[in-house]
Design a protein around this ligand. Structure first.
Ligand SMILES: NC(=O)c1ccc[n+]([C@@H]2O[C@H](COP(=O)([O-])OP(=O)(O)OC[C@H]3O[C@@H](n4cnc5c(N)ncnc54)[C@H](O)[C@@H]3O)[C@@H](O)[C@H]2O)c1
Length: 401
């Protein structure tokens, strides 16, 4: 017997060849997920080949490419949008650069995965969605939390009518790290590069979850706040520059289906380490979730006897959508579900998202979250910013695509 490993190359015959733009924070999560996925899933077609990592900072591109096993590094993003050896362009650069990169990638016949928020305003996002659809290629926006098993489970329960008609959504994404006034005036604090502050950066996720769980938003009444008005300039920290985005945003919202809601985002709120939180309340019960206890889902059933009325905590494990990908021994029970719940984390959320994207490319279906979802989110962000300036209710304008 030959003790060399014989791989069946047919199984790996057409990996998705990726060129990624942006070697910063997100490159770690994307690279990790793409590398791990081939080992995690039973479907050999969920295989990404890490061809080229691009960053305007050449040294960073080279360093990260070497660390994560990319074949090449480059400093020109067109080396992926225009190259024959790339199927998927993965964009994780500051928000103002998404527009030009996406359009060039579609024009050159690439599938595109773009980070959120899709663009710095709804007009750019609408043009991107138009070009995405016209291209016939697969388009995706990395709203990571949709794929999280507890959240996917919440949606399944809501769609199955477990809560009855939805009355109210309350959601926030709160962090505290930007309460540090010594953090320099990088791109996230500049409106031209970011579009919005906490609202666009982390608020985009909770806006997307509101749509995912309850539906489209018709109108908003909002306010925004800036807590730290000036920050040190990145290249000369003895000088201060003006911040021109929000540190906090809050909006009352009316959903198209009549439900009411509130959406808040803030990144300088001491005590909130990373709280993606929502509660969805319907006529028959409620479901709530916090990322700070991300392996739990809380479910309230209004038909329980008064003596046991209260939230039930469900520990997320093999029985929940997507979670079977991770760390659970096969127990061999009839349904193969078992009851194990070893726990999952942030990196696992990205791996789940990338499994979804691999499936979208394989089937040539831009299943949500796609550029339309990215556009709808930008429309809501713009409506919230306008409402905060004008001090009135604003209808969310849906742009034609
Ligand atoms: N899905 C999520 O949960 C999530 C989380 C964090 C960030 N993001 C999004 O990912 C994107 C990137 O965020 P990040 O935290 O990785 O930022 P980052 O600042 O850590 O990295 C961005 C990188 O892009 C590079 N870059 C800038 N302009 C470029 C250009 N023209 N060509 C090539 N490289 C260029 C920079 O040099 C930098 O290394 C943003 O859109 C952000 O909103 C999404």
């Amino acid at each position: 017997m030959n003790d060399k490993m014989n791989f069946n190359n047919d199984l790996l015959s057409s990996p998705i060849r990726v060129g990624m733009i942006g070697a910063g924070y997100m490159a770690k999560l994307h690279s990790l997920s793409m590398r791990n996925l081939a080992g995690l899933t039973d479907d050999p077609r969920d295989h990404f080949e890490l061809i080229r990592l691009v960053d305007a900072n050449t040294e960073l591109a080279q360093h990260e490419a070497m660390r994560w096993g990319w074949l090449e590094a480059d400093s020109d993003w067109r080396s992926v949008t225009r190259s024959d050896d790339i199927d998927l362009v993965d964009i994780a650069t500051p928000n103002d650069s998404h527009y030009e990169m996406c359009l060039d990638a579609f024009a050159n016949g690439k599938h595109v995965l773009c980070e959120k928020p899709l663009a710095v305003n709804r007009h750019q996002a609408a043009e991107m969605a138009r070009q995405a659809q016209a291209s016939g290629k697969v388009h995706m926006v990395n709203f990571t939390y949709r794929a999280w098993p507890a959240i996917a489970q919440a949606r399944q329960l809501i769609q199955a009518g477990k809560l009855g008609r939805i009355r109210h959504f309350e959601g926030h994404f709160f962090q505290d790290h930007n309460n540090d006034a010594t953090i320099p005036l990088h791109w996230r604090f500049r409106k031209t590069q970011a579009g919005a502050g906490a609202l666009g950066d982390i608020g985009s996720h909770i806006i997307d979850l509101a749509r995912f769980l309850v539906g489209d938003i018709a109108s908003v009444s909002a306010l925004t706040e800036r807590y730290i008005a000036q920050r040190p300039l990145p290249h000369d920290r003895s000088q201060l520059g003006d911040v021109d985005v929000d540190d906090f945003a809050a909006a009352l919202v009316r959903f198209e289906n009549g439900a009411t809601g509130s959406i808040k985002a803030g990144w300088a709120l001491p005590g909130f380490k990373n709280d993606v939180y929502f509660v969805v309340v319907g006529e028959k019960g409620a479901i709530r979730f916090s990322w700070e206890r991300s392996n739990e889902l809380q479910i309230f059933d209004a038909t329980d006897e008064p003596q046991i009325s209260g939230y039930r905590t469900v520990l997320i494990g093999r029985a929940h959508p997507g979670a079977e990908l991770f760390w659970f021994p096969a127990l061999g029970g009839e349904q193969g579900l078992g009851v194990t719940a070893q726990g999952m984390g942030y990196g696992d959320a990205f791996a789940l998202s990338f499994r979804h994207y691999a499936n979208a490319i394989r089937t040539s279906i831009s299943s949500a979250p796609n550029f339309i979802d990215g556009l709808r989110c930008c429309e809501i962000i713009d409506a919230i910013l306008l409402s905060a300036i004008d001090g009135r209710w604003v209808n969310v304008e849906k742009l034609c695509i």
